[in-house]
Design a protein around this ligand. Structure first.
Ligand SMILES: *Cc1c(COP(=O)(O)O)cnc(C)c1O
Length: 373
């Protein structure tokens, strides 16, 4: 290959929608309507349709979506929220921001998602929510999780930041718990030109609280019912996201096609014994925000791939329970062995929609050569 293969090629994507994006940006600039307004409302309606949720509230980031959802439940100091240590920092950071404590539950080694059978032993009288993460674009085991949640009368908030368009028994991510939280960070499957987020719900009370909380708690202008945040999605972002949303199902389908082709290639190169491929349970539709393999000598392989010009990333190299920021919680190395093992073995490969079959072949060929070396 003469041109360097990127891990994620957002420029290739932009080239396919350049005119549409420039048009909508121009129109929004001409309107000079930057805060809330018709583009934001239209995006909320479109996301509510996509997720089959009655309500969708746009906000400033995926992190804020999690924080707002927790605040809508009244989570605060002294409360506990169950989540996983093998995730992006914001899953637990949002809990800490509100003065509550994240209580970690280890993951399932096959799906990288919360081990549902370990949730119940983590529940205490302080547990205010269970927050599964749909990691890499695969929904968590929501049947089991919701059954536990119902038994203990604890609400479920989905961290669906990586899973827009994913399905679980034909139900979309975002509609599988009480509230669903999405991120429009540029590297997500639906990414804006900056930060953005959305919360979805079918619950009118939650929707009402979210819509107050994200604009300072104001119901009427300058009349505040509760103290809220300033967490709005910019109209410019909404306009851009609306253009990109029209392509999301094609892009997700392309990611799934690429995942299938990787599976074929790993078989063709006889790597199936040496490399663990991502699982897709029959009841779920994975949207492959990441295509994450497992390998024993991960760091060795990554170095060899880098030398061959093949990019890869490690999501996530250090589980949250052993991060310095969370040390005060008192967790020790060894407390979550499945997460710790995943952190040592995972390697994410390029999977973006515009990736070509030749590029995929070069990735897998480089893996085969590196492992043989
Ligand atoms: C990206 C992400 C977030 C945070 O979203 P931002 O928009 O970056 O704030 C939260 N949780 C997970 C699992 C994510 O991948």
């Amino acid at each position: 290959m003469n041109t360097k293969l990127p891990f994620l090629d957002l420029k290739a994507q932009f080239a396919t929608i350049r005119e549409e994006i420039l048009d909508t940006v121009t129109r929004t600039l001409e309107s000079q309507q930057f805060i809330l307004g018709p583009e934001v409302t239209a995006l909320e309606n479109e996301i509510s349709e996509l997720t089959q949720c009655k309500y969708a509230v746009a906000c400033a980031s995926g992190t804020d979506a999690l924080t707002l959802a927790l605040r809508a439940l009244g989570v605060g100091p002294g409360d506990e929220v169950i989540t996983v240590p093998f995730t992006f920092v914001a899953s637990a950071g949002s809990i800490v921001q509100l003065g509550a404590a994240p209580v970690f539950v280890d993951i399932d080694p096959a799906t990288f998602n919360i081990a549902a059978q370990k949730i119940e032993q983590a529940i205490t009288p302080q547990t205010k929510a269970i927050m599964p993460v749909h990691l890499f674009g695969l929904t968590a085991a929501m049947d089991e999780i919701n059954a536990i949640a119902v038994r203990h009368d604890i609400p479920v908030i989905e961290d669906a930041a990586q899973a827009i368009g994913a399905q679980h028994h034909d139900r979309p991510a975002g509609s599988l718990g009480l509230m669903g939280c999405f991120s429009f960070f540029p590297s997500k499957n639906l990414g804006g030109a900056g930060d953005g987020g959305m919360i979805t719900t079918n619950d009118p009370d939650c929707a009402e609280r979210l819509s107050l909380l994200h604009v300072h708690g104001a119901r009427e202008r300058y009349e505040y019912e509760i103290v809220g945040m300033n967490s709005r999605l910019d109209a410019l972002q909404a306009a851009i996201l609306r253009v990109k949303l029209r392509h999301l199902s094609d892009w997700n389908a392309a990611r799934r096609r690429n995942a299938d082709f990787y599976r074929k290639l790993f078989a063709e190169f006889n790597l199936e014994e040496k490399v663990g491929l991502p699982l897709e349970p029959a009841s779920m539709t994975h949207v492959y925000n990441q295509f994450t393999i497992r390998v024993g000598k991960r760091d060795f392989l990554r170095e060899k791939l880098r030398n061959r010009g093949v990019p890869s990333e490690i999501y996530y190299p250090i589980p949250l329970h052993v991060q310095k920021a969370f040390q005060y919680l008192g967790y020790q190395p060894g407390d979550y062995p499945v997460s710790e093992c995943a952190s040592r073995e995972v390697l994410s490969l390029p999977i973006y929609p515009e990736l070509s079959e030749e590029q995929q072949r070069s990735v897998v060929a480089a893996i085969a050569e590196s492992i043989a070396a």
